[in-house]
Ligand binder design. Structure first.
Ligand SMILES: Cc1cc2nc3c(=O)[nH]c(=O)nc-3n(C[C@H](O)[C@H](O)[C@H](O)COP(=O)(O)OP(=O)(O)OC[C@H]3O[C@@H](n4cnc5c(N)ncnc54)[C@H](O)[C@@H]3O)c2cc1C
Length: 362
């Protein structure tokens, strides 16, 4: 006889600050959450984006800073200490139409495969990945001059009073460039097109700033720097994409502001997403478009994308999931389904169009 599918009250998918904060709250509330931390999910190690950085200097409680991997190891240990069941697997398929919800893991997600878990509530905390440009030299100088987050890294000493470059033409690029003017001696903004996509107000602020030079029709070609272990970037080769003319800039910092990819492939077609693929939540809450499914962290936050804001939203998701479970206690799966307005269905179906009612809380 096939073993019964294990059931959990709350399944958390993800392993960054949002997932672990939710796990800490839920395990302390004795709900014994199950956390799927991923096995190189989306190419990132369990622990999320902070495993790819060195010092984190803006997470409260660490006046001397803490390395990103150490911070995430501590969060994981805290989740485990209070009883979170952490599973090092990636969830690749979800059925949010049934009650309880059903989760499948990687390599065991075929049509005939039994789910890895069922859950009364699910918290999606799968994060987002900053887009990279795969420039020559990028791998060598990543975090040794190149960053995808000016707010996170802009204040570190290697950028102080140094020439910096931002790539991007949208609001994020403009915000990052203006933020960096506090630290750098000069900030050059490379814009691929001959116009900025940023709002008029941001454009005005950017173009009138004495430390900023915007180079339209320019692209980065190669990152150059010190040729030694952990050497820093010193220059950036750029090209005018109209004339083909190349130039080497002095640049001790290069900040990518070319967008993020939220990890929402798992729930596409089941939960409401915005036009950029971020999970939509009711403002100020973790409620998604399906009752019992909550979202936290960068996967639903395209504005702040910080470890502390992710942790904060993980706390909100945990408290809201706890409330949801308390209110549904004693209800049968059929009653829960009826309450939610969801229709039973098979997500393996070709036309996987959600038919369920929107969360009445929205
Ligand atoms: C290089 C770098 C430096 C940064 N520095 C700072 C800083 O100094 N200070 C700061 O506040 N912020 C910093 N940030 C931003 C910060 O890392 C993020 O805001 C934060 O990590 C987002 O947390 P999260 O919980 O949403 O998930 P993430 O950290 O994005 O982690 C989510 C993780 O969940 C796992 N996962 C995804 N899908 C699945 C799945 N289907 N099944 C199972 N597991 C899955 C993966 O491991 C994924 O990485 C930095 C980001 C980067 C990239």
């Amino acid at each position: 006889m096939a073993p019964a599918t294990p059931h959990t009250k709350v399944a958390i998918i993800g392993s960054g600050p949002a997932a672990h904060t939710a796990a800490i709250y839920l395990s302390r509330a004795e709900l014994k959450p199950t956390l799927y931390e991923g096995m190189l999910a989306g190419g990132t190690a369990a622990g999320g984006q902070l495993t790819t950085t060195t010092e984190v200097e803006n997470y409260p409680g660490f006046p001397n800073g803490i390395s990103g991997p150490d911070l995430m190891d501590s969060m994981r240990a805290q989740s485990e200490k209070f009883g979170t069941d952490i599973i090092t697997e990636t969830i690749t398929k979800l059925d949010l139409k049934s009650r309880p919800f059903r989760l499948w893991r990687e390599y065991e997600d075929g049509d005939g495969d039994a789910p890895a878990h069922t859950a009364d509530a699910v918290i999606i905390a799968t994060g987002a990945n900053a887009r990279r440009l795969d420039l020559p030299g990028e791998e060598t100088y990543w975090q040794n001059g190149i960053s995808a987050c000016a707010v996170c890294d802009g204040a570190v000493p290697i950028f102080r009073n140094k020439p910096l470059v931002v790539i991007g033409g949208g609001d994020s690029a403009a915000e990052e460039a203006l933020f960096l003017t506090k630290y750098g001696s000069k900030v050059t903004v490379l814009v691929r097109k001959d116009f900025l996509r940023a709002s008029k107000a941001m454009q005005n602020r950017l173009l009138s700033h004495e430390k900023v030079e915007v180079k339209f029709n320019h692209e980065a070609v190669e990152v150059l720097g010190e040729n030694k272990p952990r050497g820093l970037m010193t220059n950036l080769k750029i090209k005018n994409n109209k004339t083909g003319e190349e130039q080497v800039l002095n640049a001790n910092g290069l900040f990518y502001a070319v967008g993020h990819d939220p990890a929402t492939g798992l729930v596409k077609g089941q939960l409401d997403l915005d036009e950029e693929g971020y999970l939509l939540t009711k403002p100020g809450t973790s409620y998604t478009s399906i009752e019992g499914v909550f979202a936290a962290g960068d996967v639903q936050d395209k504005r702040y994308r910080q470890a502390i804001t992710s942790a904060g939203s993980g706390c909100i998701a945990a408290l809201e999931a706890e409330k949801y479970l308390a209110e549904r206690e004693g209800e049968s799966p059929e009653q829960q389904l009826e309450q939610s307005g969801a229709k039973k269905g098979d997500i393996n179906g070709a036309d996987n169009v959600p038919e369920y009612k929107t969360n009445p809380l929205l």
